[in-house]
Design a protein around this ligand. Structure first.
Ligand code: ASP
Length: 294
């Protein structure tokens, strides 16, 4: 038996003062939802899904409702999930009308022989398994519109901008690890742009032998260094989990001038979290106790 734990992030970026409280209460609520599963001997997979769904429903975060907008003002969401016991993985990209993209990623993992699905195939799968839908109107928030207007004005392409991605990594009592990440991507992205989140090893990774990780930040940079797997590569080479998250982000900065954040757990439940942005909002739940920071 291991002591279960879940760690959550709600994005790494320059979180304005006016949004600090809602960010913290949002990740704490997600940690509580994840703990609600783990504390009753539930699985790490169910815990990360419960936590990420809470964040997808919270308009404060860039996932599900509240997703940031493409330069055309539309929503295109990506998500991934990974099961550390089997290295099973599922991911979806470019979704327009799904309330909980993480649910569809899990369906890809558990009900298809594939890992990543997009477009018409993802839409058909959502229909087949009756995944809950929302219209673009229901997904788009005033804040997302405001951010796009500001972005269009400043044309600040290429840097982490606006509110961001969510993710969770959990370890259950059986020693199984799982990771899940969900996002609307980056404000002002081109239509059809897919970021790091659905790329296994970039947006998230879980392997019972090494640990689990979930990333946030500049997707184009994260993909180039496979950030989540890079954390675990450092663990494999003997680093402690906090050293591993620090080193992976330092490498991303050094090699591709990319900023972001990552949360991680090792197989014993030790937590690592690092970021190279001004803030990253995070929370953990262990023994029913919630801790958070920004
Ligand atoms: N990594 C996400 C992406 O590039 C964005 C984020 O974390 O904010 O799509």
């Amino acid at each position: 038996m291991t002591d279960p734990v879940i760690v959550i992030h709600g994005g790494a970026w320059a979180i304005p003062e006016r949004l600090v409280d809602v960010n913290i209460s949002g990740v704490e609520d997600a940690a509580r939802k994840g703990w609600g599963v783990l504390g009753k001997s539930g699985s790490a997979l169910d815990a990360v899904v419960a936590a990420v769904k809470a964040l997808e429903d919270n308009p404060v975060f860039d996932a599900g409702i509240g997703s940031v907008l493409t330069e055309d003002g539309t929503v295109e969401m990506d998500a991934m999930i990974m099961d550390g016991s089997s290295l099973g993985a599922g991911a979806v990209a470019g979704l327009h009308d799904i309330r909980h993209p993480v649910d569809l990623a899990r369906i890809v993992m558990e009900r298809t022989p594939h890992v990543l699905m997009i477009g018409d195939g993802a839409r058909r799968l959502a229909e087949k398994y009756k995944v809950e839908k929302l219209t673009q109107k229901q997904l788009v928030t005033e804040e997302a519109r405001r951010e796009l207007a500001e972005w269009l004005e400043k044309k600040r392409a290429g840097t982490a901008f606006g509110h961001e991605t969510v993710g969770a990594v959990a370890l259950d009592a059986k020693g199984n690890l799982a990771a899940a990440t969900s996002t609307g991507g980056m404000t002002g992205k081109l239509v059809g742009r897919v970021g790091d989140v659905p790329i296994v090893g970039s947006g998230g990774y879980a392997d019972n032998k090494l640990g689990g990780a979930s990333s946030t930040g500049h997707g184009e940079a994260i993909m180039k260094v496979n950030l989540a797997r890079l954390v675990l590569t450092h663990v494999e080479a003997g680093a402690l989990i906090q050293e591993a998250t620090d080193r992976a982000l330092a490498y991303m900065m050094e090699r591709v001038a990319g900023t972001g954040g990552v949360i991680a757990l090792d197989p014993k439940g030790n937590v690592g979290h690092s970021y190279t942005t001004p803030h990253m909002v995070w929370a953990t739940a262990r023994n029913g106790k919630i801790e958070s920071g920004i």
